[in-house]
Each structure stands twice: as C-alpha cells, then as structure tokens.
Design a protein around this ligand. Structure first.
Ligand code: NDP
Length: 448
C-alpha cells in the first residue's frame, strides 16, 4: 500500500476518464474519479449519442416521404419535437446510469464534485477536502467556443441545443464544421429553415474537397442556405423573442435561434494546472508526450483537453493506453495514423486516410478512383441525390492510402473498409474481393 489516498485520481468522467479509471482499477489500482456534471461526458450527455439519435429521428422525414414510392399508403405525418427530445434525454439518463454502474462494478470511487489540482500529487474537492494520489489524470474534455461579438449571449451551443423548448422555425448556425453540418441536416429535416453562416469559404476543412462539395450541393438542394465569408457582427433580441442577426456583408436576418458551432476549446483553465507547472499550448491544450505525461511527471492528460484528435474513440484509446502503461505493466502508445471519422450530415460522410490533396503533396504520384452513383433506393424513390466514393492509391506501391465517401450509410461502410486501409492493403486486394451484390459497399471493389 502506498501512502497516497489513491493510486490514481482522475478529473473528468467522460469517455477518456471513465475508460482510464476502470482499466486502472481492473489492474488493481485504487482509483477515484471526480465529475462535477454528469458521468459520461460530452459524448454521452450532449454530443455523439443524443446527436445520433436526433439524426435517426430526422431521417424519418425522408423515409416517410420515400415510403410512398415503395407502395406504402402513408397518411400526413407531423413531427413532435418534445416527444423526440424527451425520449432522447431519457436514453441519455439510462446511459449515464450504466456508466456509473460500470465504475461502481470496478470499485472506482466516484466523487460527484468539482476537483482542482493543488499539488503535483494533491487535489482539492469543492468542499475543501484534500486528497493525494500517486498519479493524477486530467480528462476534462473541451467546451464550445463562442466568438465574442455583441449579443453572443443569445446564441445556443451544442450544450443547450438538445433541450430546446420548441423547434425553431428559422435557425442560423454559425460555423462550417461537424456540428454545424450535422445540426443543419437535423433541423432541416424537422422542417426548420436553416442557414449556415461561415467565416470562411469552405465547409468541413480537412475533408476531401470533392466530398465537401457534394455535401454542399446536396444540402443546398434540400433547402439549406449558406452564407460564406460572413463573420457575425451582432445578435439582437426582439420584443417577440425572435433574433435579428447582423453579418458582415449581408442584409440583417431574422431567426428564432442561433446555434454557434465554432469549434471546442480544451477545458484546462481554472483547475490549478498552470499553478503547479503543467504546460499548456497557445489554445490551452495540455502538452503531453506519447505516454500522455505532462510537464509535471505525476500529472497526465487524455482526450479533448489535449486537443490531439477531438474524437471519442481516440480519447478512449488514450485512457486505455495510459492505464495499461502505468497500472497494467503493458506500455502502450496510441497510433494516430488512419483514424477514421464521420460527419452525420444528411447524407453522411465517412473518411479515412489521406485526402487527394494531401496524398498529392506527400506522395507525388497517386491514382484516384471515383464512383459517382445514385443508390438503388434513391432511384426508386425518385430522389436525385448521388453518392460519391473516392479511393486514393499510392501509385508507387498500389497501397490504398485514403477512402472518402458520402452517401447513405457511408460511416457504417467506411468503418469496415478502414480496416483494409489501416492494414495497408492494395488496390489489387480490393479488386480481388468479390462484390456483395446488390449493395452500395460493392462500389469499393469495383472501382475502375
Ligand atoms: P469544427 O472544428 O468541426 O468546426 C469549427 C467551425 O467553426 C469551422 O467552420 C471554423 O471555420 C469555424 N470557426 C472556428 N473559429 C471561429 C471563429 N472564431 N469565428 C467563426 N467561426 C469560427 O468544430 P465543431 O464545433 O463543429 O465541433 C467541435 C469538435 O467536436 C470537432 O472538431 C470534432 O472533433 C468534434 N465533433 C465530432 C463529431 C463527429 O465525429 N461526427 C460530431 C461533432 C463534433 P474555419 O474552417 O475557417 O476554421
């Protein structure tokens, strides 16, 4: 037994913190985790999970419409936001309970309070209690960034959007990234008038250009408006509760809600890190090495607070690697190459590996294969919405170095295909695989 109260004290019970806690405990460590809000973190409570449920809910709008072409006599249907909202929030409650249970089952002490770091191996709880630990893990995640402009306090962020009292008839979404495009699709399907407002002239920076263009084109066809190079000037609240939004270079716009989705900043301030000598970068991210160790040897960090790749499965891997390394005698380093990602827009995007532009810069000689097709279901439904699959191949080795897809179920298909890219398989390996017919995924082995 060490002289410390715990072997590991984790601050933040989100994806990374929960995984690290339970794995360290399963390796025999005495673990406590402090959480000031709800167990589960952004992903479970106000991110991936409730968002995906809203995406499912939204997609019924198209499914119900298309069902008529498949012979179903569908009466006029109305969408009821409070029903979906409450069902989603109830599911979030259920999952939060399960996360808590997992920690209990692993004998992790869960402290539902704020904790701050007051020494390299000491934390203080909100009630003043001080506890010591051999190692401290910071897994406090990130927080929506709201740019400063007059009236920005009237804007919602992804923290509040799941709780809306009523569905906005008109919503303006600031930002052109993941959250903006996902919620644009959701609200548009629910019948809101959606306008995406972007400070620059591109959406989804980092994704392959052709895929981004396809989403833009389909989104516009579905009725989503876009304003580019239009930074926010102000939001004013009107007497009737509506909002007047002023953008640079545009006429003032009226809206019922404004959602700001301008990236997320690491949650690293005000928890005592700088005071004990933990180095942060210019964006406030905790600087860590490949073992997740900060500039203070007993303090570690995983997940969004380190701003490496802000994705749940990455935070989970980091939490697992940390605990295996320091409590399981199994040194593990997370491999950040070929991390697949998805945007749950309407239709969704899935991607892994290099974009065409990246591959041209890094490899020089590449081959690009594309399949631009209308999914069978869309053809019968009379839905003029084309999927686009794109494969990037290193011409020197025949290795597939990137896959980019937009179309129905693209993330589901991409996850399986990402195994092949991660394994370094070649275009010839894809060609050697017999197609599974009829499917959309078969396009991947039929690219010419
Ligand atoms: P993103 O980083 O995806 O996009 C941010 C957007 O906001 C960009 O269009 C960016 O423009 C713009 N922006 C940044 N700063 C400002 C500013 N000061 N003023 C105006 N616009 C600004 O962030 P999100 O908020 O959409 O999502 C946060 C993170 O959460 C994502 O990065 C992702 O890691 C994660 N996430 C993942 C999801 C998934 O896996 N499906 C879903 C939702 C979130 P520019 O391009 O010019 O920089």
């Amino acid at each position: 037994m060490s002289d410390f109260d715990y072997d590991l004290f984790v601050i933040g019970a989100g994806s990374g913190g929960v995984r690290a806690s339970r794995i360290a405990a399963s390796h025999g460590a005495r673990v406590a985790v402090a959480e000031e809000y709800r167990v589960g973190g952004t992903c479970v409570i106000r991110g991936c999970v409730p968002k995906k449920l809203l995406v499912y809910g939204a997609h019924f709008a198209e499914d119900i419409h298309d069902a008529r072409k498949f012979g179903w006599d569908v009466p006029e249907c109305k969408f009821n936001w409070p029903v979906l909202r409450d069902n989603v929030l109830a599911e979030v409650d259920r999952l939060e309970g399960l996360y808590g249970q997992t920690l209990d089952n692993h004998k992790v002490t869960v402290l539902r309070t704020r904790a701050t770091v007051v020494g390299p191996q000491k934390v203080r709880l909100a009630d003043g209690t001080e506890l010591t630990a051999g190692r401290i893990l910071i897994a406090t995640g990130g927080w929506p960034h709201v740019p400063e402009f007059p009236g920005s306090e009237h804007a919602l962020t992804s923290n509040e959007v799941f709780h809306l009292e009523t569905l906005p008839k008109r919503i303006i979404i600031a930002g052109g990234g993941y959250i903006a495009n996902e919620f644009a699709g959701i609200f548009n399907e629910f019948g809101s008038k959606v306008t995406i407002v972007n400070r620059g002239d591109t959406i989804l920076r980092g994704y392959d250009e052709q895929i981004r263009d396809r989403l833009l084109q389909i989104s516009m066809t579905k009725g989503i408006d876009f304003k580019f190079n239009a930074p926010f000037q102000s939001i004013e609240k009107n007497d009737d509760g509506s909002l007047t939004v002023k953008l640079e270079g545009c006429e003032p716009m009226q809206a019922d809600a404004v959602l700001v989705a301008a990236g997320r900043v690491p949650n690293s301030r005000g928890i005592g890190l700088e005071e004990v000598g933990v180095e942060l970068d210019k964006d406030g991210a905790i600087k860590v090495d490949e073992r997740n160790q900060s500039s203070v040897p007993s303090i570690f960090a995983v997940g969004d607070v380190t701003n490496r790749i802000q994705l749940t499965p990455v935070a989970i891997r980091e939490g697992q690697a940390f605990s295996d390394t320091f409590f399981g005698g199994k040194p593990t380093v997370v491999d950040y190459a070929n991390v697949p990602s998805a945007v749950f827009s309407h239709p969704p995007i899935g991607a892994v590996g290099m974009t065409e532009a990246e591959a041209r810069n890094k490899l020089g000689s590449i081959r690009v294969y594309t399949s631009d097709f209308r999914a069978m279901k869309n053809v019968l439904a009379g839905r003029n919405e084309r999927a686009l699959y794109k494969m990037i191949v290193n011409a020197a080795t025949d290795q597939v170095v990137g896959l980019h897809m937009i179309g129905p179920d693209a993330p589901e298909i991409l996850q399986a295909a990402a195994i092949a890219v991660k394994a370094g398989l070649t275009k010839a390996d894809f060609d050697a695989t017999v197609a599974l017919h009829p499917s959309m995924a078969e396009e991947l082995v039929l690219l010419k």
